[in-house]
Ligand binder design. Structure first.
Ligand SMILES: Cc1cc2nc3c(=O)[nH]c(=O)nc-3n(C[C@H](O)[C@H](O)[C@H](O)COP(=O)(O)OP(=O)(O)OC[C@H]3O[C@@H](n4cnc5c(N)ncnc54)[C@H](O)[C@@H]3O)c2cc1C
Length: 417
């Protein structure tokens, strides 16, 4: 048994790297966390621009995520819930879908809208019951595409097209619903039990909260790693660091670059998204809900008045609106086309909104792990002393990144014992 304190290096301070660090801290192990960017968070970052909080791409926390519940202090994050349901724009008007268990009155009021057939309403409830009462249902079904699963379950083509393609297309960042039905069922149960929420001061509050407990001196920002091999990392600055245990906690794309010989996985393209932020002091819809493109005409798949969900996202008297697109279209006309669509949805005042910023996130979600969840996570140990973690090793979500980071740390703890 080794008695010397092992030296440990973590590369990447996204959620997986932070979760890894957290587990090592709890085990009393020392480490250094090397992060290329100027702050922690990775894909969960926010900017404050003119007093508005802009998440780098529209994103939400599902409070029911089991690992997030374990790791995060929700009270301190002051989570602000979304309305449990959605407003779908179809043939010139919005149709409200309300969760009958959270908003029974609304469900009754809007339930007569023939937009959704009674059979589809019924299947929605049956599916909810199934994901809530059958433990780990997602691991027990064959790995098929979400679209096939929904069709086999009995949902009509209309409802799949109008609701599931817009809602879960926005979650998966692909509208063909090719994503594994196992991922769909996991997320469906998370939405069913806890809905969606935003931290009061933006998504960046999540990694910031995790970073608070890092031991002093353990985090090195602005320190990109250029190469990795067992026992050694070389920073872009030329600095060479020797470490007994190296954990690569970067995105799939960067891991493929840093570990070309070792990762051994087939790397498929990532999924991308674009988010345009608008501000206004004019009246906006009141309900803190998500507005969806039920027509499927796009380009905006979903829109949200973020300041109605979390008022701190905008200065007093102002509103912040996000318009999210699946993919990263490259067009000078984009803002105009988006504005036209927003005017169809919310009225002519959308032409007066101020366009604050657009974010294009090319590598938002890893593709491969979405298509095949398999029977478990990718092995955290690549070779002795070299480990990997990240959403692409578990599942493409905040929850997946957190679990994956913890698992990599547990592998280190096991090896260092
Ligand atoms: C726009 C968008 C919307 C999303 N929406 C949701 C959502 O609603 N709900 C949900 O659950 N999930 C969502 N996700 C997914 C979720 O954010 C990710 O799955 C999760 O944050 C991935 O964390 P990670 O630690 O695996 O990777 P990353 O966040 O990519 O972290 C990797 C870290 O490594 C650093 N790094 C990279 N290269 C180097 C290097 N050479 N040297 C040192 N450091 C390096 C990076 O700067 C980064 O900090 C969304 C993602 C995006 C982009």
């Amino acid at each position: 048994m080794s008695t010397a304190t092992p030296s440990i290096a973590i590369i990447g301070a996204g959620l997986s790297g932070l979760a890894c660090a957290r587990t090592l801290t709890k085990a009393g192990l020392k480490y250094t966390l090397y992060e290329a960017a100027d702050a922690v968070g990775g894909r969960v970052r926010s900017d404050v621009v003119d007093g508005f909080t802009l998440d780098r791409g529209f994103q939400v926390l599902l409070p029911s995520y089991p690992e997030a519940r374990r790791v995060l202090d929700y009270d301190a994050l002051k989570l602000r819930p979304f309305y449990r349901g959605a407003d779908l724009f179809y043939k010139g008007q919005f149709h409200r879908l309300s969760d009958p268990f959270t908003h029974p009155r609304d469900a009754l009021k809007h339930g007569r809208d023939p937009f959704v057939s009674w059979m589809d309403k019924w299947y929605t409830i049956v599916l909810r019951k199934e994901v809530l009462t059958t433990r780990k249902i997602e691991r027990r079904i064959p790995e098929i595409e979400t679209e096939d699963y929904l069709r086999d379950f009995g949902f009509s083509e209309e409802f799949i097209d109008r609701f599931f393609r817009a809602f879960f297309g926005g979650v998966f960042l692909e509208k063909d619903l090719r994503t594994s039905a196992r991922m769909f069922l996991f997320l469906y149960s998370m939405f069913s039990t806890g809905g969606a929420a935003l931290p009061a001061h933006g998504m960046q509050a999540i990694p910031d909260q995790m970073a608070v407990s890092l031991p002093p001196g353990s985090l090195r920002l602005n320190s990109p790693v250029a190469s990795v091999s067992p026992g050694e990392i070389i920073l872009s600055s030329g600095e060479i660091v020797h470490a007994d245990h190296i954990i690569v906690a970067v995105s799939e794309e960067v891991a493929a670059r840093l570990l070309p010989d070792l990762s051994g996985e087939k790397h498929l393209p990532a999924r991308s998204t674009t988010c345009l932020y608008f501000t206004t002091d004019l009246p906006v819809p009141e309900t803190p809900t998500i507005y969806l493109d039920g027509d499927g005409r796009g380009p905006v798949n979903s829109a949200c008045v973020l300041s109605k969900i979390a008022p701190h996202y905008a200065p007093a008297g102002q509103h912040l609106i996000s318009a999210s697109i699946i993919g990263s279209p490259c067009s000078e006309e984009l803002e105009t086309v988006v504005r036209d669509q927003m005017a169809r949805w919310f009225g002519e005042s959308a032409y007066l909104w101020n366009h604050l910023r657009t974010y294009q996130i090319r590598h938002a979600l890893p593709e491969a792990r979405q298509l095949h969840l398999g029977d478990g996570p990718l092995n955290a140990v690549l070779v002795p002393g070299l480990y990997r973690c990240g959403d692409w090793c578990e599942d493409a979500s905040i929850n997946g990144a957190l679990i994956s980071g913890r698992r990599a740390a547990e592998a280190v703890i096991g090896a260092a014992a």
